[in-house]
Design a protein around this ligand. Sequence first.
Ligand code: 2AM
Length: 166
Amino acid sequence: MRLFIAINFSKEVKDILLEAIDELRSQSISGNFTRPENLHLTLAFIGESENIPAIRNVIDRCAVPAFDMTVQGAGHFGDLYWVGIESNPILKSLVEKLRTDLRASGFDIEAKAFKPHITIARQLTANNPVSISVPETSMKVSRVSLMKSERINGKLTYTEVYGKKL
Ligand code: 2AM
């Protein structure tokens, strides 16, 4: 199965992201907008694996105490549009620990630098440059989730297969 490790959001952050999606949608011609239940922040993308026990062990070993995280700003990588995360040393070190431990456990984790982002739309087209405003919003991160990604009836669906309370 296709797996990734992620943070899911509080209702308050989700509401801000949904407003950002509405704002983006109103300025675009077309786009593949993230469904509300799929909004997340990826910490590590694992890809195809059946070895959930090994990944659970990694997550357990890397857990840090609950911490605050702030959603801030927006941008795009080509036609992929995202909402950003304020610079956060605890988040950064959590991601580094997870990736290092996953590699040491035999998983092939890409070496690209971690750019924390919440994808809100893919393949977006617009006539004019789009601009969205995202009010800074904080939440307590108190859970790290191992998520399974699959297509169910054509819909991209993410399901938590393990959750670690911080
Ligand atoms: P993205 O939003 O920038 O596409 C599930 O696919 C999650 O894993 C998404 O958040 C996706 O980031 C992230 N991801 C990171 N590397 C990926 C890869 N090589 N292929 C697919 N998804 C990847």
